[in-house]
Design a protein around this ligand. Sequence first.
Ligand SMILES: [Zn+2]
Length: 471
Amino acid sequence: MNSTFKRKFLIIPGLIVIGVICFTILPRFWFSAYLKNDYHIPDPPLAQAKKADRLCLIFALDGVPFDLMDELYKEGFFKGFYKPGRLVSTFPSLTRPAFSRMLIGGKPFGYERLYFDSSENRIKGFTLLRKIFSSTEKYPDYHPKLHFLGFPGYIAYVFPDRFTQTAIDGFKKRVVEFKGTEFIAYMGISDAISHVRGREALKKFLKRISRLLDETRNESGVQMDMVVFSDHGNNFVPNQWVDLVTPLERAGFSDSKHLETQKDFVLIQNGFVSSAAIYCSNKTAPSISETLSHVNGVDFSVFKAGNSVIVHGKNARAQIRKQEDRFRYTPITGDPLSLGPIMHDLNKTGKADTNGFIHENDLWEATRDHIYPDPLRRIWDGLHNLVQYPATILVSFKDGYAFGPDIFNRQLIAGRESTHGALLASHSNGFFMTDFKPVEPYNRPKTVANLLKKAAELKGNGFKSRGLKNE
Ligand SMILES: [Zn+2]
């Protein structure tokens, strides 16, 4: 054997060993240490010697659609629970605003990790590099509420399966050792599995979560009340990258980092989702929306116009107005939200007042099963109240189309298996269930927020001996 051959003979197994250490052992070791962090700022676990005799477990699962949870329930999983109901997300149907509304009832700065601060005229938030291995910092969103953060950062979207067992083991250990009365856990790996691996992989993961919750109930040694829910759906179809910049530049607009002229727009690029947030001058918004309406893959865009909102789809425009808890939908050309027959029925049954405004609860009842569930309130909310720095224009894509950094246009990672963000039902419908009381078939984020508020009040009033079940 000559020496060159010997060297090669040693180098190859050496590289394999280094590869195994770097890609399997080290990430797990790091993640398992990371899972011991407690982010719960307002109320750290009590340093009491004895465990409380009752524990409310709030378990937030990222990106699990209602249909899949319903299918699993019918197959006999999540047995200890009442049957799941739909949970219609925010618009855009994205993690940060949806979980923030449910877990803290508050507003994050933006829709995703990056946002445009209009007062400072610049993009702010996490850079991707900081986000790859880091999932939280002091931030006005749901993170400071968590006792357990089951998400290794964006590296989960590169290796979604690598962290599953570590997250499951880490959760179980933390909750069994926990001494307080309310444990809030977030499992983010489910969304990464959906985006990258698709429906069957997510189903497999959820079966493990079903077993995990059974084991937790049996092994915690205390009475438990469990609330389990997700923030949005996932469409489970490969998604084509949409180029928004080229058509806008061709139309004379300028892709910018700051807004200096009427032609400038700032397009925030985060993950690969079926919605987009554009910041520009209010005067420019109608013409940008008009340009976008002809872009293949764009379903519609929405922007504020005076005290109304305009919905602009392809050859279709409508106006939304709001008066207290009532909304009015007025088609200008066509019917961009396909609400014609529903509006006709609501008018016929006397639900509209003399000015054509309809109460949000009546609209909710009439549209919660629509292709765009609860569209008027969610669109209004998305442009006004959902985040601290709302976009000038929000874009909602058709099924099968998504937007994100240009890297998602590359063959290697193009398409993927799933996404969410759009107003569409398949992108928006998460689930909600508890093991102590049946839930409504259709729910809004505020239902979960109210239940959690109730749990917090009970906690202050001797929750540990009564539980949510007895309320
Ligand atoms: Zn999510």
